[in-house]
Design a protein around this ligand. Structure first.
Ligand code: AMP
Length: 248
């Protein structure tokens, strides 16, 4: 079974992003970029499936700017067999990404598509669901545990009431949650090996994909400043403070 893993280049989760002065977005020039953490978990899971003999090939794909190649190389260093880079400078949105992935799924015919449950930059959490819908495939989102048995997958997902277990027929789209696994550290020899692995570049324009109706961002603003807290000496003072602020 071939596994296709979609990974996104995002601002590293340790970076404190700054909103651009004109409110058009966040500044990313000179900022550290990484593989979206949930996508890293998806790559790790694909590697574990391959090591367990359940997957035969792991193909990683990203859609984005030239530099997104670095994130594909990281996934190759984790062990993926080959990479596809759909190159574009366009600001991609979930529906457009899903349509491009649909095209690649048609070409590659994977038995499983693994994706992150959400990208930490736009927090959309939509792409996996949209891809499954347009492919007409089953979807199991927010996976905390994944087992493959023949042409079926069992996925445990955390929901408010506890753990929900789903059985889906393959091929399917599975999106990863934080508890699915802990991604491996990449060793230097693996980085060297990754440089020689195949990376296929596909200009987005040549795929002939209609990106569909797109969203327009009207404004990006930083969160409101938090008011400083106040220590109170006792319950009486707490109650009078709350009353003063009209909270009780
Ligand atoms: P989102 O719906 O934007 O929160 O993204 C959910 C998942 O879709 C990500 O974790 C990736 O697996 C995939 N994805 C989103 N954008 C891209 C992209 N530009 N290239 C490849 N995969 C993507």
């Amino acid at each position: 079974m071939k596994v296709l893993v979609a990974i996104k280049r995002v601002v590293d989760y340790n970076v404190r992003v700054q909103v651009k002065p004109d409110g058009s977005g966040v500044a990313i020039d000179g900022v550290k970029m990484s593989v979206n953490p949930f996508c890293e978990i998806a790559v790790e899971e694909a590697m574990r499936l391959k090591e367990a003999g359940k997957a035969t090939e792991v193909v990683v794909v990203t859609i984005g700017v030239e530099k997104a190649q670095d994130q594909l190389r990281s996934a190759l260093a984790m062990g993926a067999d080959r990479a596809i880079h759909v190159t574009t400078d366009a600001q991609m949105q979930p529906l457009g990404v899903a349509r491009v992935l649909q095209k690649l799924v048609d070409e590659e015919q994977p038995g499983l598509v693994l994706m992150g449950k959400q990208a930490i930059d736009d927090d959309c959490s939509q792409t996996g669901q949209m891809l499954a819908a347009i492919l007409g495939w089953p979807q199991a989102t927010f996976a905390g545990k994944l087992e493959i048995d023949g042409d079926k997958a069992t996925v445990a997902r955390e929901v408010d009431a506890g753990l929900e277990t789903l059985n889906v027929d393959l091929p399917a789209v599975v999106t990863t949650d934080l508890r699915l696994n802990e991604p491996r550290y990449i060793k230097i020899p693996d980085i060297m090996k990754a440089k020689k692995k195949p990376l296929d570049k596909r200009p987005l324009d040549e795929l002939g994909v209609d990106l569909g109706p797109q969203l327009t961002t009207t404004k990006v603003a930083p969160p409101a400043q938090r008011q400083p807290g106040k220590k109170v000496a006792d319950v009486a003072e707490l109650v009078s403070e709350l009353k003063e602020r009209g909270l009780v």
